[in-house]
Write a protein that binds this ligand. Structure first.
Ligand SMILES: [Fe+2]
Length: 390
């Protein structure tokens, strides 16, 4: 940062137990009238710190939030990374059935997400109740009603914001906290036999760094994932719409039926996505093990450029392979609960993090968030080129 920086970036404080190496607060900027230089500095701060909490944006105009999204990736030409709302409802599968998504009038690419009654007039949306917002119904074994009422909950679903078909994932996601629920801390249970739990204020979003995960791999494993790639299913969220998730929110539970090609319907073979397993941060050069396991249809594994890839098509084997890596970082000391308050805007690097919402009992009040991102102008780059024609 040079001397002309008009805002301050402060890395988040960590307790001695925490091993998180990312996250920062940004103060002293007004996103309604941010200069081009500051947009570039903000972008660098996101790539470097992975998630930033931009403080005190109470008066942000939704149109300006969308404008910021487009300025952070000025070569991006498409709208919201999941397409328009009609396309999202038709093909969004697991994402669309679990959530009710409404655009903000006048800034339709900025989407209202959350839970409960959104107020008599929420930025032009009248008397709207989000019934199917946050929920633990993705889990094969959700907490009981009694447990949930006592504040026992789960990570909803660990993911990246990525259509994984047609459009490339957004570089960044912006999430404005308009209204947050209020109440005592929730207990997030892994409920997977590990006994792990975490305390979280209601309404928070959780993150882990897939760059930190990459650093946990052995040199042999790093060589393997550096050279390997993933093919995602067409309409991947529709493909898995009958599946349920693990209790810790990471990956699909064992078994689970995928839709057949006939059930999926026609698709465009050129829109099917193949991405490297490792995505390189364009600013820092850090490598991230960024595999969206729930949507993966084939793995191509090799440890060098010369090797012929071993192709894995069995979904149970794909699941085992990916979870054997990702489960290493699903520990409280590596998980950040972004400390956002009402009025703050969270922006994160969607190429180097996984994130999850956390459901809460509705008696803690409504949650109103404005989410916006744009399909990336350039998709993820791996450490070595992958042969897309295999
Ligand atoms: Fe998300």
């Amino acid at each position: 940062m040079d001397n002309h920086t008009s805002f301050t970036v402060t890395p988040l404080e960590r307790t001695p137990e925490q091993k998180i190496n990312f996250g920062a607060c940004v103060t002293g900027v007004d996103l309604n009238k941010i200069s081009s230089d500051d947009v570039n500095r903000l972008k660098a701060a996101i790539w470097r710190h992975k998630v930033i909490v931009v403080k005190a944006q109470h008066d942000l105009d939704p149109k300006k939030q969308w404008e910021l999204v487009t300025r952070l990736d000025p070569k991006a030409s498409d709208g919201h990374s999941h397409g328009d709302l009609n396309a999202f409802r038709a093909k969004g599968g697991l994402l669309a059935q679990g959530r009710e998504v409404v655009g903000i009038p006048g800034a339709e690419n900025v989407r209202l997400i959350g839970k409960g009654f959104q107020g008599e007039n929420h930025f032009g949306i009248v008397n709207h109740i989000i019934e199917r917002g946050l929920s633990n119904d993705f889990h094969a074994v959700p907490p009981s009603v009694e447990e949930f009422e006592q504040g026992i909950t789960r990570f909803q679903r660990w993911h990246i914001d990525a259509p994984l078909y047609g459009k490339d994932p957004a570089w960044f996601t912006t999430l404005r906290c308009v209204t947050l629920p209020k109440g005592p801390n929730l207990t997030v249970q892994w409920a997977d036999g590990s006994g792990q739990t975490m305390q979280s204020p209601p309404g928070h979003t959780a993150y882990f760094s897939t760059s930190q995960l990459y650093l946990m791999l052995s040199p042999e494993e790093q060589a393997l994932v550096d050279h390997s790639w993933v093919e995602y299913a067409p309409y991947p969220y529709k493909w898995i719409q009958k599946c349920k998730g693990n209790t810790n929110g990471l990956g699909l539970a064992e078994g689970g039926e995928r839709l057949t090609e006939e059930e999926l319907g026609e698709y465009d073979t050129t829109a099917v996505k193949k991405y490297p397993m490792v995505w390189v941060n364009p600013l820092t050069g850090e490598k991230a093990f960024q595999v969206h396991g729930i949507c993966a249809r084939k793995l191509y594994l090799r440890s060098s450029k010369e090797e012929q890839p071993r192709i894995i098509e069995d979904v149970a084997e794909i699941r085992r392979f990916i979870l054997s890596i990702q489960n290493r970082i699903l520990k409280p000391e590596y998980i950040l609960l972004a400390p956002a308050e009402e009025g703050d805007v969270i922006i994160w690097d969607n190429y180097g993090l996984f994130h999850s919402a956390i459901d809460y009992p509705i008696n803690m009040g409504p949650r109103s968030m404005h989410q916006a991102n744009i399909s990336g102008s350039i998709g993820p780059k791996g450490p070595v080129p992958i042969p897309l024609m295999v």
